[in-house]
Write a protein that binds this ligand. Structure first.
Ligand SMILES: Cc1cc2nc3c(=O)[nH]c(=O)nc-3n(C[C@H](O)[C@H](O)[C@H](O)COP(=O)(O)O)c2cc1C
Length: 199
């Protein structure tokens, strides 16, 4: 049984000139300092998936041939951190497409959200994403990080750690990771039990 959790960080903007790279980098820099799990960044630009058009839903176990590599990558993970922009109060279409291609590979795994955007720091996109994750039998973590990209607006990735907003960001990140790892650790043996009972 794998007791060293593998967390996939899924970066959900593929837009030309995307600004979310600064958020993904901020997150990966912080995760690099942790020793309680491995953290792998997946840029959806590198996951070349067509628009989902399968005749049957992946809930029935069918995965499109073009999504098989993506399925294997998600299947190996014990938990996820979605890094999502906010577009028109929702999360990105490219992220929804990547989610919809799979089903069982997501199930019974926890997922945290780092959202970013304008004044609302992507919180509206995060709320939408939570609803969808539940349908895929994931466990969305309540604690989250929300980052604003509006200059001089807070919290921002450029906030000094000793400023009030920098400290708030720190607390958000630490709270999110504590909860994520709690669920990751709780669910690894539960999924293993399921796997053994199916053998
Ligand atoms: C199509 C589109 C819709 C947007 N809608 C919102 C929105 O509803 N709320 C918000 O805070 N920012 C919104 N923005 C601003 C984005 O948060 C900002 O452009 C951000 O940089 C997007 O992330 P990205 O650059 O990594 O793709 C929108 C941007 C685009 C391109």
């Amino acid at each position: 049984m794998n007791i060293y959790p593998r967390i996939l960080v899924i970066f959900g903007s593929t837009r030309q000139g995307r600004r979310g790279e600064v958020v993904a980098k901020w997150l990966m820099d912080r995760l690099a300092m942790r020793t309680d799990a491995t953290f792998e960044l997946v840029d959806l630009r590198d996951v070349s998936l067509p628009f989902f058009d399968s005749p049957t839903s992946p809930v029935h176990g069918h995965i499109a041939p073009e999504a098989e590599q993506w399925a294997a990558q998600v299947d190996r993970a014990d938990g996820f951190i979605f890094v999502t922009p906010e577009y028109n109060h929702g999360y990105s279409a490219v992220l929804k497409n990547a989610i919809d291609h799979l089903y069982a590979q997501w199930a019974h795994k926890p997922a945290a959200i780092v959202s970013y955007g304008g004044f609302a720091a992507g919180y509206r996109a995060a709320e939408q994403l939570r609803q969808v994750l539940i349908e895929l039998k994931m466990v969305p973590i309540r604690e989250q990080v929300g980052i604003s990209l509006v200059p001089n607006w807070i919290p921002s990735v450029s906030d000094a750690p000793d400023s009030p907003s920098g400290a708030f960001l720190d607390r958000s990140f630490n709270g999110m990771m504590t909860e994520l790892l709690w669920w990751v650790t709780a669910l690894i043996p539960a999924r293993e039990r399921d796997r053994l009972s199916q053998d």
